[in-house]
Design a protein around this ligand. Structure first.
Ligand code: NAD
Length: 265
């Protein structure tokens, strides 16, 4: 059964959408007729090729803004650019994120600061600038890419767990504050997907724990999932569309796990 989420003509910003989940989310929205602004790091030629391919496939406007999520002024400029160029802003997906795995007593200060900036503070800065636009429109949808680590923790991930728990708290506070404005704010909390972020983490964990990478996958990564399987992009896309559609109007302040049962334990 094909569901029409009636998103055609809306406009979205997806932070960190040059790779992984953010890129998949941008494509999911573009295929529903949503104009999108991509953002993220990477080789400019590869980003432009991906941008053009998405625009050609979907027929919507696909723009790119290079804001660095550690820089509040650039985040403000990203939101302003989207509003100016697309004439509206209906959907904000705070997705950009990085990971670093290390014991807390050896955790590099610069990595801590970067994880808090990109995974947590960037969502605040983007939300702060998007909300006045959404309030003026009388409707908006903000989705924060948290993690199962916004609900539970794992060893060696102090910064990531702190940032993602913070992001879930931020989601709830904003949801309550904006509950009568037509804007909803929710978090998606995935378990492991095999994105570049997780591939790097498998290597980090192997180093930190002193075991080979295939043992990290079997003994660290997939043991967390009771179903012993990675989460796939397709397991997230339908939830995203529901959250940003009118059908999602009563889902507000939620932090929904998509984790193969991890947080049921
Ligand atoms: P990824 O590494 O594939 O993509 C991360 C994106 O963020 C890239 O586009 C990258 O360029 C961008 N980014 C990083 N630093 C940036 C900066 N300073 N400024 C702008 N953009 C920046 O990772 P992913 O796995 O797709 O992760 C996306 C989100 O999903 C993250 O918030 C991550 O924490 C979350 N998440 C991922 C998993 C997983 O298993 N992969 C699980 C739970 C949550």
């Amino acid at each position: 059964m094909a569901v029409d989420f009636q998103l055609k003509g809306q406009a979205a910003v997806i932070t960190g959408s040059t790779s992984g989940v953010g890129q998949a989310f941008a494509l999911t929205l573009a295929r529903q007729g949503v104009d999108v602004v991509l953002n993220g790091l990477g080789d400019p030629a590869a980003i432009e090729a991906d941008r053009k391919a998405m625009a050609d496939e979907t027929g919507v406007r696909v723009l790119y803004h290079p804001a660095d999520m550690t820089k509040p002024a650039e985040i403000a400029d990203l939101i302003g650019y989207a509003h100016r160029e697309l004439g509206r802003l209906d959907i904000l997906i705070n997705n950009a994120g990085i990971q670093h795995v290390a014991p807390v007593d050896e955790f590099p200060d610069a990595k801590w600061d970067a994880i808090i900036a990109i995974n947590l503070s960037a969502a605040f800065h983007a939300t702060k600038h998007a909300v006045p636009i959404m309030k003026a429109q009388g409707r908006g949808r903000i989705v924060n890419l948290a993690s199962v680590h916004g609900l539970v923790a794992s060893p060696f991930k102090s910064a990531y767990a702190a940032a993602k728990h913070g992001l879930v708290g931020f989601t709830k506070a904003c949801a309550l504050e904006l509950a009568r404005t037509g804007i909803t704010v929710n978090a998606i909390c995935p378990g492991y997907l095999r994105t570049p972020l997780v591939e790097a983490q498998i290597a980090d964990q192997a180093r930190t724990r002193g075991i080979p990478e295939d043992r990290v996958i079997e003994e660290v990564i997939l043991t967390a999932h009771p179903n012993r399987a990675f989460v796939e992009y397709d397991h997230l896309g339908g939830l995203l569309l529901y959250m940003v559609s009118d059908q999602g109007a009563s889902t507000n302040g939620a932090a929904l796990p998509v984790d193969g049962g991890w947080t049921a334990a």
